[in-house]
Design a protein around this ligand. Structure first.
Ligand SMILES: NC(=O)c1ccc[n+]([C@@H]2O[C@H](COP(=O)([O-])OP(=O)(O)OC[C@H]3O[C@@H](n4cnc5c(N)ncnc54)[C@H](O)[C@@H]3O)[C@@H](O)[C@H]2O)c1
Length: 313
């Protein structure tokens, strides 16, 4: 299969690329390198340094490469940036996405797989609960609103333009190559801090000193596997969570990071952060059905710590 991966120089996209190459697929990457890195793209993969906001350039890439499937990972991926610069988020995540989608339809792409977000779209769940794919959306940021709007656009295109669309709603993804200097990715940040001997800051959920927000952490290779299945047409459902269904509080995470790195660093409690979702856990029925056993947090953390240690040298 010939696949174009947008955002393929980024954290998740580069793992999708690796997985597709290992399966014998022909892969090209479209990325503007705003947060991605050229060295994340394996040698021999065709690379288009293009911004998804450039409609004509996107169209030319699709006409030239003629993929059978498109994996759309490229995004302004930070909730904080979306609150600060809402227009940028709309231009990249909504209009840029539309450029990729329109060019895909025009060039006869069969399947279009979109990287969406479960946590930001579904928002808080009640204690003991998990958000299914049928959750009532409660988007609290422009990032979530634009991701949700694009999901809905995809559903319309799927019905009217003859392109098969699949939406993957990720929980909190972690693993090698996640940027510790970005605005998201607490695991990358904690690992980087612990390895440097710095304090780990735990933002409270409700009151100063509590264990912090609860999140569902999913390892990046599981996310890449789910993308591969969706691209190959194996995933029957139009929308699927990609998650483990296991909630971990920030303080538990900090303690696990200290265990896997063997570095005991101070923990500091900080007040809650505005706009943080408190308790976000997604229903893992579909990922478990398609992927079988998912990577356990402690194992994934250990692999990520090994990578982070090598990356520091
Ligand atoms: N990391 C997570 O926990 C998480 C959770 C839910 C959803 N997602 C989604 O998964 C996808 C991948 O996220 P990631 O964590 O790998 O982030 P990332 O920032 O590492 O990857 C995004 C990639 O898109 C590229 N990009 C950004 N703007 C672009 C533009 N205008 N034109 C072309 N390329 C552009 C970047 O250079 C980067 O390579 C995103 O769509 C993100 O919204 C991520």
């Amino acid at each position: 299969m010939r696949v174009l991966v947008t955002g393929g120089a980024g954290f998740i996209g580069s793992h999708v690329v690796e997985r597709l190459l290992a399966g014998g697929n022909e892969v090209a990457v479209l990325d503007n390198l705003s947060t991605g890195r050229r060295e994340n793209v394996p040698a021999g993969v065709r690379f288009y340094e293009i911004d998804v906001r450039d409609r004509d350039a996107v169209r030319r890439v699709l006409e030239e490469f003629r993929p059978e499937a498109v994996n759309h990972q490229a995004a302004q991926a930070s909730v904080v940036v979306s609150l600060r610069d809402t227009r940028l988020d709309a231009e990249v995540n909504l209009l840029g996405g539309l450029n990729v989608l329109d060019a895909s339809v025009a060039s006869g792409v069969e399947r279009f797989v979109f990287a969406s977000t479960g946590g930001a779209i579904c928002g808080d769940v009640a204690e003991g609960d998990r958000a299914g794919e049928d959750c009532v959306p409660k988007p609290l940021s422009p990032y979530a609103i634009h991701k949700l709007a694009f999901e809905q656009l995809l559903a319309v295109y799927g019905r009217q333009r003859g392109i098969a669309t699949r939406i993957l709603r990720y929980a909190n993804v972690y693993g090698p190559r996640q940027d510790p200097h970005g605005e998201a990715g607490v695991i990358a940040i904690f690992l980087d801090s612990a390895l440097a001997g710095r304090t780990l800051c735990v933002n409270a959920w409700r009151t100063l000193g509590d264990a912090g927000c609860v999140r569902d952490y999913v390892y990046v290779t599981d996310v890449a596997r789910m993308n591969e299945l969706a691209l190959a047409g194996t995933l029957s459902e139009p929308l699927a969570n990609v998650c483990t269904g296991i909630g971990t509080a920030t303080r538990e995470l900090a303690e696990a990071v200290m265990r896997v790195t063997g570095r005991m660093v101070p923990l500091e409690s900080q007040p809650p952060r505005a706009g943080d979702v408190g308790l976000s856990v997604l229903d893992p029925t579909l990922p478990e059905r398609y992927l079988g056993e998912l990577v356990a947090l402690e194992w994934g953390l250990a692999r990520t710590a090994e990578w982070a240690e090598r990356a520091r040298r």
